[in-house]
Design a protein around this ligand. Structure first.
Ligand code: FES
Ligand code: FES
Length: 175
């Protein structure tokens, strides 16, 4: 098994240890060798080729790299891959099935919440965490839940409407 580090950066200095970790990603256990300094965001993107998790700043500001860690939204550029060992994570690739979009994805389509697309996966994962905890959020609660996810282009109005649209659809589906 090759080290993931080889895929994301020049070869490590001789003698740099790697660690074998197993992370459940979108329901599937993945066992990989990583250098202890590898960020979880980089493991996902370059190592596992799950490029839906975007890297917008690498300084924990933008939220483009948001994933769910044991169901809670985290910025994957703030966590080392080795810290995910034995844990379960969800990325935007896990939202849709082979035949259907997730209601959150539908909501972003219906309410024109897809502006640049770059920050969208992180917004969707933060929204998923919100709606699993609170199926009937107010506009303020949506804005608060997305407060760690920056939009630098047009604003948040349609993004908030998208999440409220998804909430309504998910409530209807659960009745
Ligand atoms: S890339 Fe992680 S917060 Fe911006
Ligand atoms: S939607 Fe991505 S910057 Fe605005």
């Amino acid at each position: 098994m090759s080290s993931l580090y080889d895929e994301v950066a020049p070869a490590p200095a001789e003698g740099v240890p790697t660690r074998r970790i197993t992370v459940t990603v979108n329901g599937e256990p993945r066992t990989i060798d990583v250098e202890p300094r590898l960020l979880l965001a980089h493991m996902l993107r370059q190592g596992l080729k799950l490029t839906g998790t975007h890297s917008g700043c690498d300084t924990s500001n933008c939220g483009a790299c948001t994933i769910l860690f044991e169901g809670r939204p985290i910025k994957s550029c703030t966590m080392l891959a080795v810290q995910a060992d034995g844990h379960s994570i969800e990325t935007v690739e896990g939202l849709a099935t082979s035949s259907e979009l997730h209601p959150i994805q539908e909501g972003f389509k219906e309410e024109h919440g897809l502006h640049c697309g770059f920050c969208t996966p992180g917004m969707m994962m933060a929204s998923k965490a919100l709606l699993e905890k609170n199926p009937n959020p107010t506009e303020d609660e949506v804005r608060w839940a997305l407060s760690g996810n920056l939009c630098r282009c047009t604003g948040y109005q349609n993004i908030v409407k998208s999440v409220l649209w998804a909430a309504e659809k998910m409530r209807a589906e659960s009745n």
